[in-house]
Design a protein. Structure first.
Lengths: 114, 114
């Protein structure tokens, strides 16, 4: 079965640079979620989109922005990167419109800021 | 607010031992409860879930029962294998809003010795 796809899988950036992470949900899923997992930490919710509209916002820094496109893929844009942004970034998707509630996670993008 | 508390690790067991990882939650209403597993270097995988009181989720020999009276969702397995070595996250999601974020516990690292 198709799973959530994230790209790139690994990313190395310098401080103050910009990064864009991409997420392709499971086909026909209408909701995308972004989570950040710091080293040895639990995943923390950043932001979510339902039918291309932002549906919830968590502890996402103002330097980060995200959107969901017409094909339901989502991008997380991160600017002015800081050392503390080094983490594993997960995307998850679900089919909310059909009553589905289970969130299926992608493999994550590991971001290292030097 | 909503939160999840799970036993701290690491937990080290011998192969074929019985496993229990304790998890309790605080939530308004009746949340959906989940166990996710993260194998070394990999993403989050849904292990099992339960959506109402007394439901039992099970998968791959793991079980957890939704106990409303004790607000618990302890993970158990009768006979662990080396391949079960991973980090296990207990998590909840509020009912009523299907696109709501998942709140994770801090994770419990499990080591199984051959």
């Amino acid at each position: 079965a198709a799973g959530v796809i994230q790209s790139p899988r690994h990313l190395i950036k310098e401080k103050r640079e910009t990064a864009t992470l991409k997420c392709y949900p499971i086909p026909r899923h209408d909701t995308v979620y972004w989570y950040q997992q710091g080293p040895g930490q639990d995943p923390q919710f950043l932001i979510s989109f339902y039918e291309k509209m932002q549906s919830d916002k968590g502890s996402i820094p103002d330097r980060f922005s995200a959107q969901q496109f017409s094909d339901y893929h989502s991008e997380l844009n991160m600017s002015s990167l800081e050392l503390g942004d080094s983490a594993l970034y997960f995307c998850a998707s679900s089919l909310v419109g059909r009553g589905g509630e289970t969130q299926y996670f992608g493999p994550g993008t590991r971001l290292l800021v030097l | 607010g909503n939160s999840v508390t799970q036993m701290e690790g690491p937990v080290t067991l011998s192969e074929e031992a019985f496993l229990t990882i304790n998890c309790t939650y605080t939530a308004t209403g009746y949340p959906s409860l989940f166990w996710y597993v993260q194998y070394p270097g990999e993403g989050l995988q849904l292990l099992l879930k339960a959506t109402k009181a007394d439901d039992k989720g099970s998968n791959k020999g793991f079980e957890a029962t939704y106990r409303k009276e004790t607000t618990s969702f302890h993970l158990e397995k009768g006979s662990v294998q080396v391949s079960d070595s991973a980090v296990y996250f207990c998590a909840l999601r509020r009912q009523g809003n299907r696109d709501d974020k998942i709140i994770f516990g801090k994770g419990t690292r499990l080591h199984i010795l051959p």
